[in-house]
Design a protein around this ligand. Structure first.
Ligand code: DAH
Length: 341
C-alpha cells in the first residue's frame, strides 16, 4: 500500500497538461468519488495494520493536497496562456461598459440654452480673461463701484486692467461689438469672484446671460420671455414675480422669483416659507450701454437678464452645497446618469 501511495504521489507531482481535457481526466482519475485513486486508498485504510495507520493517513493527505494544487495551478496557467495568445472564450458574457454621466451643471446649462434657442436666441461665448471695459465700463459701472475693487475681482497683473470676468454680462458687450441689431443672444460661461469657498459661495461659478435688442422691445416682452422660460424649465404651473432692483447696465432693473416648485408656493424650508425662489436679475438695457457700443438708443431698445447656473441646478436637483460641483466625486456625478442632455 505504502509503495502504491508513493508511486501515485510521484505521478501527481510530475503531471503536466496542455489542455483542459487532460486536467479533467487527471482530476477524475484521482478524485472521483466512485473509483478515484484517493477513494480507493481511503477504502484500504481499514486494512492497514494499526502501527502503520498514522503514516499511511499522512501519505494519503499529502497526495490529496498535491492533486488539488496541481489541478489549480495547471488551470490557471492554461487560462493565462489562453488570454495571452488571444484564444479568448468568445462565449463568455461580456463585461458591461462603465458609462459616464454629464455633470449636473452641463445638464442644466444645456436645458436652459435649448429653451432660449427655441425662442430664436443664438448662443455666443466670450473670453474668461477680460478687461475693465468689457466687464465694467461699457456696462455703465461708475468708477467707484465696489465690484471694481480688488476684494471682489481677480486682477491678473498689478496696475493693469486685465482681469477674470466677474459676470457673463461682458459677453453682451462682445456681441454688440460684432453684430448689429436685431440681436438675440444667449451666453453661457464661467465667472470668477474673490470669495471665500463655502457651501453657499465659491470663487468659480457659471452664469447664463441673455440679450435682446430690436426696435420696440418692451418690458412686457421681457416678462413674457422669462415666464416662458420658467414654465418650460420648472413646469407649466410655474409663476414668476418681479421685484424692483438695481444694476448699472439696466434701467429699470428687476430681480425675478419663481414660485417654489417643491411646495407649490405654500411655503417650505427651501423657499424659507415665502413660496418664492430668486432665480435671476434682469432689466431694460440702459441707453448708456447701447450708446457706448455704437447702438442708436433712440431707435433701439432691449432687455437683458443673467442667471447663476449653480443656483438653478440646486433648485432643480436639490444640491445644497456648491463645493460638490467642483470636487468631481464620482458618487455625486453618477446620480445624474439617468438625466439625458
Ligand atoms: N450680471 C449680474 C450679476 O452677475 C446679473 C444680471 C443682472 C445680468 C441683470 C443682467 C441683468 O443681464 O440685466 O449679478
Amino acid at each position: 500500500m505504502q509503495e502504491l501511495t508513493k508511486k501515485l504521489i510521484a505521478e501527481a507531482e510530475s503531471f503536466t497538461a496542455n489542455t483542459l481535457e487532460q486536467i479533467e481526466e487527471f482530476k477524475i482519475r484521482f478524485t472521483s468519488k466512485k473509483n478515484g485513486e484517493l477513494t480507493k486508498l481511503f477504502n484500504e485504510f481499514k486494512n492497514v495494520p494499526v502501527d502503520q495507520k498514522k503514516e499511511f493517513g499522512q501519505q494519503i493527505n499529502k497526495l490529496k493536497e498535491i492533486v488539488n494544487e496541481k489541478i489549480n495551478t495547471l488551470k490557471e496557467a492554461l487560462e493565462d496562456q489562453n488570454t495571452e495568445t488571444g484564444k479568448l472564450d468568445l462565449s463568455a458574457p461580456a463585461d458591461s461598459n462603465t458609462i459616464g454621466s454629464r455633470h449636473p451643471i452641463s445638464i442644466v446649462r444645456n436645458q436652459i440654452l435649448d429653451i432660449f434657442k427655441r425662442l430664436g436666441f443664438v448662443v455666443s461665448e466670450g473670453p474668461e480673461i477680460e478687461d475693465d471695459w468689457h466687464v465694467f465700463s461699457a456696462l455703465n459701472f461708475p468708477d467707484e463701484h465696489p465690484a471694481r475693487d480688488m476684494q471682489d475681482t481677480f486682477f491678473l497683473e498689478r496696475n493693469t486692467d486685465v482681469l477674470l470676468r466677474t459676470h457673463t454680462s461682458s459677453i453682451q458687450i462682445r456681441v454688440m461689438e460684432n453684430q448689429k441689431p436685431p440681436i438675440r443672444t444667449i451666453n453661457p460661461g464661467r465667472v470668477f469672484r474673490n470669495e471665500a469657498i463655502s457651501a453657499r459661495a465659491h470663487c468659480i461659478f457659471h452664469q447664463i446671460e441673455g440679450l435682446y435688442i430690436d426696435e420696440n422691445v418692451s418690458f412686457a416682452d421681457l416678462k413674457q420671455t422669462l415666464l416662458y422660460f420658467a414654465q418650460e424649465f420648472f413646469g407649466a404651473d410655474a409663476k414668476i414675480r418681479l421685484r424692483p432692483s438695481y444694476f448699472p447696465f439696466t434701467e429699470p432693473s428687476a430681480e425675478v422669483d419663481v414660485s417654489c416648485s417643491l411646495c407649490g408656493g405654500k411655503g417650505c424650508k427651501v423657499c424659507k416659507g415665502t413660496g418664492w425662489l430668486e432665480i435671476l436679475g434682469c432689466g431694460m438695457v440702459d441707453p448708456n450701454v447701447l450708446e457706448a457700443n455704437g447702438i442708436d438708443s433712440k431707435k433701439y431698445t432691449g432687455f437683458a437678464f443673467g442667471m447663476g447656473i449653480e443656483r438653478i441646478t440646486m433648485l432643480k436637483f436639490g444640491v445644497n452645497d456648491l463645493r460638490l460641483y467642483f470636487e468631481n466625486d464620482v458618487r455625486f456625478l453618477k446620480q445624474f446618469k439617468s438625466v439625458i442632455q
